[in-house]
Design a protein. Structure first.
Lengths: 230, 506
């Protein structure tokens, strides 16, 4: 097997000084599609942050809070992901007046995430779901091999979210997603990692799992598999 | 349990506020007992009457003079603020470096009139002098505000971007932090522009061709009707700004002012060189290629003399007056804020706030000059002028702060409302504003020395008049150090008392 992309051995992960994950050992190889599941506060976000720090240059980052710049347009918020590919003069000129090449690149992505009609409206006029898509667009334009997403589709309806996830899989070799929808995690990912009480309590290929196996992670009965939204 | 511990914390912090206020007031009373409060003019009421008569019968002696001085005042202010915001922006980019912070604190601690007096020696009474005198201290102030705004914006947009190298950091900044801070920057800069117009007007008092020049002449000659015309013109300029100084017309105005009053000066490198290498070098060290024990001894003596006869008395008087003014400002602000509060003057609030804004618009230096004509040289004019100007500024802000209060429905009225409901709730914010303003008050206190009150400005002005630039520079540095020291002390106090202060329009 090829060498792992991410690797933790007996690691302690903290968030704001608080211990979140203790004694963590984990390997993720290139080409894997991993879903992180677990209740709120179980350490999914902390783990994703730690993954991002391991090889920041390869990662397209899609955080839970989109952290957009409200007064700028969707176009600029998406383009932001590509700042590092251009000179500062090009970027500044594009900030004042969108340039043709940048417009083409961003339009292509906007089309894929169905934001082409909102491209030039300020992002604070968009709905929550549209803002989340903008955040995905900002990650897609980075054109990296690894996608890390923290609940990237949590506010989007099931059909749409599956379309978006497929888009993410198409364009990235390795994908790690924190997902709250367990059924969806099983459907789209090849490996599921379950977190609870500061530890990994489940790590298996999704083909070997059933939705009912995962109920324990949320500490609820298996009949109601829609966990509370965060 | 939680409630109990919270309330005991409140009690102790309220006690700290009370104690601090008590000591500030006590020290101010002590200062008041030592201050020179003589009224030396034979008939102050008579003079005031003449002024009032003049104010009621404004007369324009020469329209071209009036309009030219008005245009000059506007031009210096706009050029100055344009340059200051550009330089301030660049400085703000490096505001996390201590050296940059210190540099900004230093250039803003020297009042624009002192900068003007310095540049007059090199560049004469020129348009360049006017521009630099405003641009330099304002650049320091704007850098501080911009820098603080950059630090306060939501950090998540920038941390979410791929962070490969420092190469793209300017691009990232311009796409995230800058748009997030932009609106506040614009608001604050436009407020500072109003201040710059006052500064520009005041530059006339040291000879630049702005409206202050004619105010000084006409007032000194007792031509109060003519003075009133210049004064109203200035008020009108400031009051109507928002109607005609619009964002999209700004480039046009900028081009016009640089075309109308291009920054230039009749100067030579020789003059500049001489000023730097000779004039401002302390007299005992002048022309000495290398330092020896003898010249150093003479220098020590020179410093000692200057310290005993000018710096120390100047510092003491500046602090004395500054303390009285600070407390007086506070009292006035507490008295005036109901004018701009929906809780007290519901229907009349617009009118009340207009009074506060008018008082704020009056340049403190001009008020002090008027006071001097009425009461004669003492600390009285300075206390009144600075108190009224600053009290109106803080009163306006505190009044606006009362908008955010939600009181119960059966709340009392009048004095009960004021003392039981409103004052306790706004007191913390009030102190925050007052301490934020302290540095400015002290800067102004020093500058009023030019009018003959023996603060540092008095000695600085005398040194310039005697062409002793070495002394002038050292005294200016002393006043700068005092301001920086007070600024630090005020910040320490604000932190200790947990006072939050947003800079907005202070």
């Amino acid at each position: 097997m090829n060498s792992p992309l991410f690797e933790f051995t007996n690691q302690r992960l903290t968030y704001e000084g608080r211990l979140v994950l203790d004694n963590l050992s984990l390997r993720i190889h290139p080409g894997e599609r991993v879903a992180l599941i677990g209740g709120s506060g179980s350490g999914k976000s902390t783990l994703l942050k730690a993954l991002r720090e391991q090889c920041p240059d390869q990662i397209a980052w899609c955080p839970q809070q989109p952290g957009l710049v409200p007064m700028l347009s969707t176009f600029h918020n998406i383009y932001m992901g590509a700042l590092h590919r251009h000179s500062v003069f090009y970027n500044l000129a594009n900030l004042i007046k969108p340039l043709p090449a940048a417009k083409r690149a961003v339009s292509e992505i906007a089309q894929a995430i169905e934001l082409q009609h909102q491209l030039f409206s300020p992002v604070d006029r968009l709905s929550g779901g549209q803002q989340q898509r903008t955040s995905i667009g900002r990650a897609l334009i980075q054109e990296r091999s690894v996608f890390l997403g923290d609940e990237p589709v949590s506010g989007i309806d099931e059909y749409q979210s599956e379309v978006l996830l497929n888009l993410i899989f198409q364009r990235h070799n390795t994908v790690v997603l924190a997902l709250h929808d367990v059924a969806q995690a099983l459907r789209v990912c090849s490996r599921v990692i379950g977190l609870k009480d500061g530890a990994i309590i489940l790590d298996a290929p999704s083909a070997e799992l059933e939705a009912s196996d995962l109920a324990d992670i949320y500490g609820i009965s298996d009949s109601s598999l829609n966990p509370p939204r965060q | 349990m939680i409630a109990a511990s919270k309330s005991s914390h409140r009690d102790s912090s309220a006690k700290a506020l009370r104690n601090t206020s008590f000591w500030f007031a006590a020290v101010a009373l002590l200062c008041l007992s030592m201050a020179d409060l003589d009224i030396s003019t034979p008939n102050p009421w008579g003079e005031l009457g003449l002024m009032a008569a003049g104010a009621l019968s404004p007369a324009v002696w020469s329209w071209p003079t009036l309009l030219t001085s008005l245009a000059n005042t506007f031009s210096f202010a706009l050029q100055g603020i344009a340059l200051a915001s550009a330089v301030g922006f660049v400085l703000a980019l490096g505001y996390r470096f201590t050296l940059v912070r210190a540099f900004c604190a230093f250039i803003r601690s020297i009042h624009e009139l002192f900068w003007a007096l310095l540049f007059i020696q090199i560049a004469g009474l020129s348009s360049l002098t006017g521009l630099l005198a405003i641009a330099i201290p304002y650049a320091g102030t704007l850098a501080k505000i911009y820098g603080e705004l950059f630090e306060e914006v939501d950090p998540s947009p920038i941390t979410n971007l791929p962070n490969l190298s420092h190469k793209g950091s300017l691009s990232r900044f311009c796409y995230t932090v800058l748009p997030l801070a932009w609106r506040s920057m614009a608001t604050y800069t436009s407020y500072r522009f109003e201040c710059a117009i006052r500064s520009s007007a005041i530059l006339g008092f040291v000879g630049l061709p702005t409206i202050g020049f004619h105010l000084e002449t006409t007032l000194s000659e007792g031509n109060y009707s003519e003075a009133a015309a210049f004064f109203y013109a200035l008020l009108l300029l400031i009051a109507t700004l928002r109607f005609w100084l619009q964002k999209r017309l700004l480039p046009l105005y900028l081009i016009s002012v640089f075309y109308y009053l291009p920054p230039q000066a009749q100067t030579s490198w020789q003059l500049v060189k001489r000023f730097i290498s000779e004039d401002i070098v302390p007299a005992p060290l002048r022309g000495q290629a290398n330092l020896n024990a003898e010249s150093l001894g003479a220098f020590g003596q020179w410093c000692n003399q200057l310290w005993q006869h000018q710096i120390w008395p100047g510092l003491i008087n500046t602090m004395l007056l500054g303390q009285i003014v600070l407390v007086f400002t506070g009292l006035l602000a507490l008295l005036l804020f109901p004018l701009n509060s929906p809780l007290f003057f519901r229907g009349w609030r617009g009118f009340g706030d207009a009074i506060l804004i008018l008082l704020r618009t009056l340049p403190e230096y001009l008020l002090a000059f008027l006071g001097l004509l009425i009461f004669g040289p003492s600390m009285v004019p300075a206390i009144l002028a600075l108190g009224i100007h600053n009290g109106a500024i803080i009163g306006h802000l505190v009044g606006r702060h009362t908008d955010e209060l939600t009181l119960r429905a059966d709340v009392g009225t009048g004095l009960n409302l004021y003392f039981y409901e409103v004052l306790p709730r706004i007191y913390r914010q009030f102190l925050a504003f007052l301490f934020y303003r302290w540095e400015v008050i002290l800067r102004e206190t020093a500058i009023l020395g030019i009018l003959g009150i023996t603060t540092l400005g008095f000695y600085i002005d005398s040194a310039f008049e005697e062409f002793r630039f070495d002394r002038a520079l050292l005294l200016i540095l002393a006043s700068a150090m005092l301001n920086i020291g007070v600024d630090h002390f005020a910040r320490w106090l604000r932190q200790r008392l947990h006072l939050k202060s947003i800079p907005e329009s202070l």
